[in-house]
Design a binder for this molecule. Structure first.
Ligand code: AMP
Length: 267
């Protein structure tokens, strides 16, 4: 597996693959089986799979976990090599933000509710970094997880409205045996917090099956040991509005750890 740790190596690699199809897998590292499922799917749908690892500063607000975000590069590289990635791109901040670390692209209207209300900087940071990553690596397809469902739809909307000739592929959420969506931030949970965290998925499934109301879901989440709910609500997966709901979206806090999850609703 090639390590592309500067722009020259990236350009050489892109040139060397000629017209082979390229799947890009954006990640912030601290890789788990969810990330690796994106690599596996990328290798099924394209000839070359290029994951990148970059903890993007513009999608963190002051006071969020940019400094403490888990960084496990050696393990990450082993995992990517075992998954069959032909190369991994490790850009520097100078590569990505040559004119300084700032927002250069704004996300569209889909970014306003839910995550956008609670992390107003977040999607502008995501679309800023992805514009740069897309223009440098010129992928045919980009693999993204349904775990971050609103992000997936915001990026789909971005490539559609800006006519960027890239296909965004959504990949199902990988969960542990208790149903907890795998997340790099799960590393922040201690044993007792983990036991509480596994309730979130079970509760949103009940909500998705119309067995409980939104109000009951909120009460159950708080009863399970979550400290705060940012949102837990039924929305339409194309508009993120309450009309014609088909997806349950949730974000809640255990101590200082913020967890998100989402599931499709039963008809
Ligand atoms: P991150 O490193 O958290 O920025 O995530 C990188 C990519 O992996 C994003 O497209 C995420 O949606 C995806 N991802 C994260 N967790 C999971 C999971 N449990 N299952 C599938 N994809 C995931």
């Amino acid at each position: 597996m090639l390590l592309l740790n500067n722009l020259e190596k990236l350009q050489d690699f892109i040139q060397s693959i000629n017209d082979k199809t390229l799947a890009l897998v954006p990640t912030m590292g601290a890789l788990h089986a969810g990330h690796l499922s994106l690599v596996e799917e990328g290798l099924k749908q394209a000839e070359i799979c290029l994951p990148y690892i970059y903890v993007n500063p513009t999608q963190f607000a002051a006071g969020e976990d940019l400094e403490t975000y888990p960084r496990t590069l050696d393990e990450d590289l082993d995992k990517l090599e075992n998954a069959g990635a032909q190369a991994v791109w490790l850009p520097s901040t100078q590569d990505i933000y040559p004119s300084g670390v700032e927002i250069t692209h704004k996300a569209g209207a889909l970014a306003k509710p839910l995550e956008g209300e609670h992390r107003p900087h977040f999607f502008d940071g995501v679309v800023t970094v992805l514009h740069r990553m897309f223009s440098l690596s010129k992928p045919d397809i980009v693999m993204m997880g349904e775990k971050d469902f609103q992000q997936l739809q915001v990026v789909r909307d971005m490539v559609r409205t800006e006519n960027i000739p890239i296909k965004i592929i959504g990949v199902q959420t990988t969960r542990d045996r208790n149903g907890l969506a795998l997340s790099s931030r799960n590393a922040y949970l201690n044993e007792a917090e983990y036991e509480n965290a596994i309730a979130l998925n079970k509760i949103i499934i009940q909500f998705a099956q119309h067995m409980i109301t939104e109000k009951e879901a909120h009460a159950l989440i708080l009863d399970s040991g979550f400290d705060k709910i940012d949102y837990c609500t039924a929305v339409n997966s194309e508009t993120f509005e309450a009309n014609d709901p088909n997806r349950i979206m949730a974000a809640a806090w255990i101590g200082t750890t913020r967890l998100i999850d989402n599931v499709p609703m039963m008809a």
